[in-house]
Design a protein around this ligand. Sequence first.
Ligand SMILES: [Zn+2]
Length: 383
Amino acid sequence: MVLRRVYVLMYRLLSIAVLAASTLAYTPLSDDSLHNLPSEESDFDVDEGLLLAPILIPRVPGTPGHQRVQEHFVNFFRKHLPDWAVEWHNSTSTTPATGSQEVPFTNLIFRRDPPWAAVGDVGRLTLVAHYDSLYQPEGFIGAVDSAAPCAILLHVARSIDQALTKRWDAMLASGEAGSGLEDEKGVQILFLDGEEAWVSWSNTDSLYGARALAEAWESTPHPAVSVYRTPLHSISIFVLLDLLGAANPRVPSWFQATHWAYKHLAAIEERMRKLELLETKPANPFLPESNKSPHQFSMGFVQDDHIPFMARGVDILHVIPYPFPPVWHTIDDDGAHLDIPTVRDWAKIITAFAAEWMDLEGSMPTFSPEEKKSRKYSDKSEL
Ligand SMILES: [Zn+2]
């Protein structure tokens, strides 16, 4: 009985401490900022969209299509987002499908840190999707798996880039920069390679890129005086997008530890629907589990790129629908089967989440009332 009481008290203290650490600097966007979120309708055109179309090709690791998609990412950042640092993380592995031949796996990391901050002192919002496609069936595109999530992350990076500059410039001007009053916050996008199994899913035939990266980052120490011991410890939350882009997704809250972050994401969806800023009108929200209570969390989860990071103690927000879209791992998972309004709505929701995480309220672009009106989907349909 006594033991139990102590346990409950400790649990409460722990919950309060975790809550305080996790939510202190998260600032919801105003309605105005939600209205003003950057939006380029053509981004996600499956034939010509700047962001998505170049990814809708087979991209099996080690093939020319795979290399073309890497070039697309690098060229996109070089041309549109030159302030983001790029890091290539290379590894090789044999696979059950390719025998003794070593297959190259290349993770691509794009990162923006506050310009004054030491590398080991920055905690990073880490947005993740895999860009490789299934080895078989031949010609498999993997539009929801995970071309669309990759395109969504390009959209997020471009949508917050100017606001990051504005916010950090203002912090430098006010003397707030590096004052130690706030944690240093950066953002990084991980395009992971080799998520898919080549023959059948196992601990060794899957997650090739994620396993190599988690191991490498864990064993790369930052300078001794750093806030975070390694790049792995610098991940403040690992937000993994997968299988997004089919209509009527239902994304559960998978982990109690990050349910508070799920609730923020769901709140964004709810607010944007009320403000008529989303195109889709599903019977149920994409993120329906805000009110999940602690005893409803089960041990069940989907095996995905977060596993090697979660095993090392990283907090995970897994944005993956369950049930999976019907096209999953079939030849029908192509551009024609994407629901583009759903893709665009996800892009807006994730962008708002990133902006809130990075405290960009007050730094996001503004538009005139007329421009704003044109962004409401109810008004658009009346035209
Ligand atoms: Zn897959």
